[in-house]
Design a protein around this ligand. Sequence first.
Ligand code: MLT
Length: 391
Amino acid sequence: MKVNHHALELEQNYLFSEVAKRIRAFQAANPSRELLKLSIGDVTRPLSRVVTDEMKAAAEDMSHAETFHGYGAEQGELFLREAIAGYYAQRGTQIAPDDIFISDGAKCDLGNLCDLFDADNTVLLPNPVYPVYFDTSIMSGRRVIFAAGTKENGFLPMPDHSVHADIIYLCSPNNPTGAVYSREQLAEWISYAKANGALILFDAAYEAYIRDPALPHSIFEIAGAADCAIEINSLSKTAGFTGVRCGWTVVPKTLRFDGASLHDMWFRRMATKYNGTSYIIQRAAAKVFSPEGLAAAHADIDYYMENAQIIKSALTAAGIHSVGGENAPYVWFEAPAHAESWDCFDTLLNQYGIAGTPGVGFGTAGQGWMRFSSFCTRETANQAAAYLAKL
Ligand code: MLT
């Protein structure tokens, strides 16, 4: 038996596993000290009552022969796909329910989509960016090249037309920097993708955090995207589903590469390897898109964005430069005193009990930067802000 040697090319630990390991060590060594967790972007607000009531009603249905559900529709239940299409339509974007595939989250889809692509493809990644794109590309044996995000370009790298790529990952709002591409910038990425015969994988997991009405929430708001882009999204951050698990991927039927329909390939892949998100969860997910569900989701998003402002203001008061936190739940800041990311992580943890995420964990261009998540409680944000002001 031979193993997949590409899987051995990865760092020993996934970024958030390494962060969790260091936090556990801190807690073991300092059992009485308070930990202020601004590291992994995991939600702290409970599910809204409207969503949990729907879960209960769906669970009740499962206990009656007349309303019981076994295996679901291969692409996900139509009622949920229609609710998602309606959500896009509210912003004037027409997505056919038939082009939407329900899953258990964006991370899984991002990894699983790799099944559709030959190993002999060049992958272009913004740097820094969510580490799953890099790790899954390396595991699948693909060449990876980077477009550097810098302080100068506002962490919004643009395509270099002299460089060829086959698969492009974009994350907007960006995890970890919180930067958001404008419509014009996305149009340029689309024209680069078309010139290269490349596919864009657009991760929109944080779109619900966009405040600026001029910024696009979906790549499908931009002309031409249906011929070159797949969009991945989830309810993890929009409605607190990190522990519930429900996401979706839009694969337009118009997408054709190498003589094949990516929609048909993804349908075949999902039908073969996935048995669907649970009926109860799909019912709860559909409820998120109802007027009461969206109102509850927006109230929690407002809460997290107020946390982001508290954290960002404290950094500014301490003279620390930061970006993000305005249209995204992440605040991205320069490590004080030109420290390297992991050194800054260790100092913040050991001296102040504040856990962040080291920027270098999102790519080499993140060296010297740190990320704070605003998915914490208000108490944690206020306490962290009080410590940060003293930095
Ligand atoms: C993060 O902290 O970047 C995210 O929570 C990771 C994820 O969504 O998988």
